[in-house]
Design a protein around this ligand. Structure first.
Ligand code: RAM
Length: 335
């Protein structure tokens, strides 16, 4: 009788464990990007998928067709209705997403911004790709060397309300105040909105409006590749220098044919991985997003949450990389 009872208990325990496992489905993490069709964002999604696979969570990858804040608001409203567990967002506007993200947080959804920050009031933590000051400085230093510290330069940015580009541009302006750049002049900033055709046309417009232009900085992967094509098509290779932030996969040909001799970026797969990993840890209650917290971000290793310049908190991925002819082929098939 005792043996039968023990056997019964063992079988019941087994059934309980199997069914408990079947019901623990993990969390649903949504990644909301600036827009669909941008390979940089696709690479972030790839990294996010990898992180969530490791954590046993599920990814929903969404973005508006064009990089508008209205499109992102609509998507986030739907995600709140779907009751997702976390949202990782790269913001098309620093402030305009705050009300809908606050609503998400009021509904228990963990909100992480990454790449392009949302105002600290609309997030738990931001995952920053690299030190913003360094990103701004490096691009000014690079263009200065390319044009021998003399002549007109322009910036071809993404959207006028995008936090990441605007922050980097502020640091570029600050760097340009150094007397060593006295013979250089930033003549204008134009916006291609992270749309290929618009960026291409804005670049063509710069060549017409500023016939003495010597260099362009484009701190957006969409903008820099469109600008490279415009320089090449206009027969201005060697006359107008180009640097900025580009994907090796899109820039390799322009680096090899001297349209852009050097540019910078970080690994967007790692960025997406870390953002999603942080979201997963927040869902598990392993971290809360407060300053000073330490955690292991899966394959990325150890991180500490620090105070961000905007008063909120952030996690810093790592330093940016420089790409030129010497190393572009090592990376062009990776991202
Ligand atoms: C574009 C986007 C993105 C930015 C990169 C450098 O793909 O604007 O937000 O981080 O460029």
């Amino acid at each position: 009788m005792k043996k039968i009872l023990i056997l019964f208990l063992i079988i019941s325990l087994g059934i309980f464990l199997i069914s408990a496992n079947a019901f623990s489905e993990g969390h649903t993490v949504a990644m909301v990007v600036k827009n669909l069709g941008n390979p940089f964002m696709d690479a972030c999604g790839k990294g996010a998928q990898e992180a969530l696979n490791e954590l046993g969570d599920t990814l929903i990858f969404q973005g508006p067709a064009t990089p508008t804040v209205e499109g992102q608001i609509e998507i986030i409203e739907n995600l709140i209705a779907q009751k997702v567990d976390a949202i990782c967002v790269t913001a098309n506007d620093f402030d305009a997403l705050v009300p809908v993200l606050k609503k998400a947080m009021d509904n228990g959804i963990k909100v992480v911004s990454f790449d392009s920050a949302v105002n600290a009031g609309g997030r738990i933590v931001h995952v920053n790709q690299a030190d913003s000051e360094q990103i701004g400085k490096l691009q000014v230093q690079a263009i200065a060397e390319m044009i021998n510290y003399e002549g007109e330069i322009a910036i071809l940015s993404a959207g006028a309300t995008m936090t990441n580009q605007n922050t980097w541009i502020e640091f570029m302006k600050k760097e340009l105040e150094d007397p060593k750049y006295d013979k250089m002049e930033l003549v204008t900033i134009v916006y291609g909105d992270d749309l290929r055709d618009k960026s291409y046309n804005e670049a063509m417009g710069l060549f017409k409006s500023y016939p003495n232009l010597k260099g362009i900085i484009s701190p957006t992967t969409v903008g820099i590749s469109a600008t490279a094509k415009a320089i090449y098509d206009a027969g201005l290779v060697g006359k107008i220098q180009l640097t900025g932030l580009g994907l090796p996969s899109e820039m390799a040909e322009w680096i090899h044919n001297d349209t852009c001799t050097a540019m910078f970026l970080w690994n967007p797969i790692d960025l997406g991985y870390l953002a999603a990993y942080v979201a997963g840890l927040l869902c598990n209650g392993d971290i809360t997003g407060s300053e000073g917290e330490k955690f292991t971000g899966g394959k990325m290793g150890e991180y500490t949450i620090v105070k961000a310049a905007d008063g909120g908190t952030e996690v810093l991925l790592g330093p940016p990389f420089r790409f030129d002819k010497s190393n572009i082929d090592d990376w062009k098939d990776v991202y």
